[in-house]
Write a protein that binds this ligand. Sequence first.
Ligand code: ZN
Length: 405
Amino acid sequence: MTGLTSQERDCVERAMAAQGAMLAQVEAWAAVNSGSRNLDGLARVAGLIGDAFAVLPGEIRLVDPASVDAVDALGRRHELAHGQHLHLTVRPEAPLQILLTGHMDTVFPVDHPFQALTWLDAGTLGGPGVADMKSGIAIMLAALRAIEASEAAASIGYEVVLNSDEEVGSLASAALLVQAARGKAAALTYEPSALPDGTMAGARPGSGNFSFTVRGKSAHAGRNPEDGRNALIAAADLALRLKAAVGPSLSVNPARIDGGSPNNVVPDLAVLRVNLRPATVADQALAQALIEGSVAEVAAAHDVAIDVHGHFARPPKPMTPELESLFGIVRQAGADLGQSISWKATGGVCDGNNIAACGVPVIDTMGARGGSIHSMEEYLIVESLGQRAALSALTILRLAAEAAR
Ligand SMILES: [Zn+2]
């Protein structure tokens, strides 16, 4: 460690000393399944994490999920159930205001074969959510505890949002994130590093999931097919038109078509699912226009009705001058701790996208080093817990020092 004030050194040492506590938390929290659709498991994990965060000042509260609907294979809208989110506000009058976020859910449902923790070697723990991101939540807490024990805490206010639906798009927590981001100088989100060496994620594309319900008209396939309006063909035409717009600044993935009919009936219903990822905010506007234009053209060409459900729930997160200067602070903090910090653009999306869309610079890979996330090979590099907690604590102190300048 070089270039640290004595206050910074004390704070960093406290964060690193929490290594054992963080590992115990990761083991306890990852032992409980919290797949995004496992409401019982999410409630249990929220209880465990809420208890751990109760050592911080302020009152941690459970927030009900916002109402979210989806379209089923028959084109019917129905409500989706989500777990509650945790929300904490500390010193809202302090001169520095930051947002820290994480998610309690994982991609592994309760009946998935990947449930157990396994030591892969002395320094590597495998298990569901160990990297993404139960370790990130432990790191956030260790950094905040180290800050709270410092005199600098008086000048630092923050909100924490731990949602339970990040892995399914944060539709039930988007409004909470927007509200918590308001007025913040910066945000830190605790997704695992983009690469196992600690490389962080810079710019991210946006992402939108859409369901197009196409309603045509059934008819006998042999007797009067001309009276039918084939919804399946219209859905396929729409998929092809959207896919044809793929380029360097837009990826389009037509993923599924539900519907159809017996061979002797012209099908009157099809539901097409498409994911679109625009690189920039301007590309998102173009993609939105593409959707609207293609839907109108296909509806007219096939004489069908098309109902569009979905939106760009993850807006693009560009590299901005404000984000570059935040990265500068994190990189310098890393250098002073003997950690080399770099970042690169990635194709993935996360809550950092939504926070960036509020105009708040956000580094969204402050969590642990690890890898193979969203797979049965997911692992956590255990020594990164203390390293990353130290990095977060020092970053927050430096943000406070800058705000005081
Ligand atoms: Zn994650």
